[in-house]
Design a protein around this ligand. Sequence first.
Ligand code: S3P
Length: 441
Amino acid sequence: MDAPNTKGRKLRTHLAGIQTRLTVPGDKSISHRSIILGSIAEGQTRVTGFLKAEDCLATIAVMRQLGVEINEELESDEIVIEGRGWSGLTASKQPLDCGNSGTTMRLLTGLLAGQPFESQLIGDASLNQRPMGRVMEPLGAMGASLSGYLETELPPLVIQPVDKLTAIDYEMTVASAQVKSAIMLGALQAEGETTIIEKVLSRNHTEEMLRLFGVDVEVKRKAIRIRGGQKLTGQRVEVPGDISSAAYFLALGLLLPETEIKIENVGFNETRSGILDVIQAMGGDLKIEPRDNGISADLTVRSSPLKNTVIEGSIIPRLIDELPVIALMATQANGVTMIRDAEELKVKETDRIQAVASQLNAMGANIIPTEDGWLIRGQTDLQAADVNSFGDHRIGMMLQIAALLVKEGTVHLADASCVNISYPSFFDTIESLEKPSEGIK
Ligand code: S3P
């Protein structure tokens, strides 16, 4: 396991009046899946727009350890995966290191549960605290042999080969795309047809991408049906910009005075676009221009007075990763914003309910953490303070956006290098916001 990545940073502060356009790196969820599905497909998969950040690089490293050839074509900026089919993976002599990435560990658990060799999945200190029982339980019901650290449901995980997996009918207990995807990867190696019922819809990239790779996945409202024994065929995958990374600049454009920011080619998927609904509910000036490719849109935001709102229920999985920066938006809105039904935030890369409240309150915000969200008083003046990301990329990036609203003093962020998990060029983009831009039509 690597040493923790803990470099601190003096954050940029006090920005206003910017007019700019930018792009954000590729979607993290789609990038992970392109590597995993490309590896078990037959034939070659070529991926453009892949997110070269620590999380997705961990998935590449793990699939290479399992015998898959994955190359980077420097001229075309494509990742090329030589698919090995379901039966072409080979055992790794070393544990498979998923780093900080819950997506890598949970999806790989589903994939490896049906493979004829033993695997060990390890992660960093944060991942070692994240619950794996949610994938162990349904995969165990299929007949998989999985065990956690010292009989807990925490990593490291050991996956033993079994004679066969059998299809299940499963009602999801948490709204989690990682769990749903792990079950689908297990189901494809099982005898029979698996049904997964979701109470609340989570992101559907696995369903969509399995279809792209030629798998028959039936989705009727909240029921997914998938037959075992289906083959995947290598494809071309185009990865659009990540809406979770765009979220920081959407918030910035709304919160800074005299500002307009256009973010180009942002992945647009109904199961991920909750933040756009919230911006509209808060009265934010947002323009959405869908692109002809059918998968992305250009998003333009302008400085706006925001009003308070309530965020709860089925929208939560559609914006779960954006909640830290939405909480920041609420600190500047008019009135008290309530966010609830988001207890999943407690089991992300850190406890995001506590991290958001403690760090923004250190900067002068007025946020009450609750069991499943926050009560956030608006129109608070943010001030300079020493803050901490707790090694969580989404907390670190949110705090940098908060710092840009601070008018004087120094904001120091401990553990700033965690942005490399999903957005290695984040601070470069922040620094470049100063440079003269071409303006926006
Ligand atoms: C992801 C699903 C979400 C999300 C994570 C990425 C995925 O997690 O928070 O950043 O790619 O499937 P859960 O499935 O645990 O909700």
